[in-house]
Design a protein around this ligand. Structure first.
Ligand SMILES: *Cc1c(COP(=O)(O)O)cnc(C)c1O
Length: 396
């Protein structure tokens, strides 16, 4: 998955242009910048690639989630439905707004189970946030329908699935808003950075202002710009954006390599009787950043994970035991361990999460294993890896 594997001359050239101009900020300094507007350039390229009207760059994927929700009016006490399998960033972004993360079960897609989402909806629910984990997507058809039915926002976290699609549309472009991360380990990177995409003019305008202290970006004098509402600073720097300008041009070639490597590994394991592949929703196309599969039992999966690592198959994950991506280890969230006080309303509604029944999630996650697909592997590395994977899983 990581774009940093193929980081090189193209990225260096774009960064050099920014260094030569000396303007490291994305706004203002028009006269000094030698026509270099890297953040704008990347926003244009991203919107085009994702077939949306707008893209707004921000400082991280986490920031993209916060800004996306804020731009659509999510605030204190609003409930956001998230899957039990995601990166901690998802609930951090919600808490940053004084809103309340509500966890719902996953299914054999390793993403939100639409039925569990239905059960989690109440009058305070404002957002359904599917997270397209490990390269594949949630059932966006079913989730869009639920969102429409209950008049909820659908905000896609596509941080781990950039380049994938559903029903012919790029992931991230299907919900009201979609979010990407360009941190150092994602499919394409800016070093640090993120973006939201949307077709909604108002959300875009809000995101543009909100991520820059509320600046309305009207006129040429930053000091004289208006502040129609409160904002924060979630800006990306020109240096980071410059890296992304080069990387997005390479996205489709990265995806091609990723898919090739994925297919070789998939081929090696698909006929093993104790292995079944993760379900990809109908009309969905993965970005192939991970190979995800289930073993017949949880005990087998744990054993397989250990054996794979011992056999030198690195980048192999048993998420069930992972600190950062699965609800079982989120005791800091469940016990509300926060440096300062959380809003009373958030405290009240987080209490009880500890006792929530996530056995449906545990059932699937307990059996799941993911193997990271790298794009820098040589042919020999891929085939060696494929045969090791096959040997270990067959021998269990
Ligand atoms: C990486 C990631 C994020 C956060 O992105 P950052 O740029 O690291 O803040 C959010 N959600 C998911 C699913 C991610 O993988």
């Amino acid at each position: 998955m990581p774009g940093f594997e193929l980081f090189g001359d193209m990225e260096r050239r774009e960064v050099q242009k920014v260094l030569d101009s000396g303007v490291l900020m994305r706004y203002g300094f028009d006269g000094m910048r030698n026509g270099q507007w890297k953040a704008r350039e990347l926003e244009k390229a991203l919107a085009e690639r994702m077939q949306t009207r707008h893209a707004q760059l921000v400082s991280s994927g986490t920031a993209a989630l916060t800004v996306a929700m804020a731009s659509a009016g999510v605030g204190a006490g609003d409930e956001v439905i998230l899957p039990t399998f995601t990166f901690v960033a998802s609930f951090e972004a919600v808490l940053a707004l004084g809103a309340v993360p509500v966890l719902a079960n996953i299914d054999d897609t390793l993403t939100l189970n639409p039925e569990s989402v239905r059960q989690a909806i109440n009058p305070r629910t404002k957002v359904i946030m599917p997270v397209h984990m490990c390269g594949s997507m949630a059932d966006l058809g079913a989730l869009s329908e639920i969102a429409r039915e209950h008049n909820l926002l659908l905000i896609e976290d596509a941080c781990q699935a950039i380049g994938g699609s559903y029903a012919g549309k790029p992931l991230g472009s299907i919900g009201d808003l979609g979010c990407f991360s360009f941190d150092y380990v994602k499919t394409i990177t800016c070093g640090e950075g993120g973006a939201l995409i949307t077709n909604n003019e108002t959300y875009y305008r809000h995101a543009d202002h909100f991520s820059d202290h509320g600046h309305d970006h009207k006129g040429s004098d930053r000091g004289a710009e208006g502040h129609p509402f409160l904002g924060y600073n979630y800006r990306i720097s020109e240096l980071n954006a410059a890296v992304g300008v080069a990387q997005i041009k390479r996205l489709d070639s990265f995806l091609e390599i990723q898919e090739q490597n994925y297919r070789i590994l998939e081929e090696a394991i698909r006929d093993i009787p104790t292995v079944s592949l993760r379900r990809v929703p109908q009309s969905g196309i993965q970005n192939y950043s991970f190979l995800n599969f289930f073993m017949d039992t949880g005990a087998m999966a744990r054993k397989a994970h250990k054996a794979l690592l011992e056999a030198g198959v690195d980048g192999c994950f048993y998420w069930f035991d992972n600190n950062w991506h699965y609800h079982r280890k989120w005791e800091h969230l469940k016990n509300q361990v926060s440096l300062g006080k959380l809003p009373q309303e958030v405290q009240d509604r987080l209490s009880g999460m500890e006792d929530q029944d996530f056995s449906l999630s545990d059932q699937w996650m307990g059996k799941a294993i993911s193997v990271l697909i790298k794009i820098g592997w040589s042919e020999n590395e891929v085939t060696t890896r494929a045969s090791r994977l096959q040997k270990v899983l067959k021998g269990l």
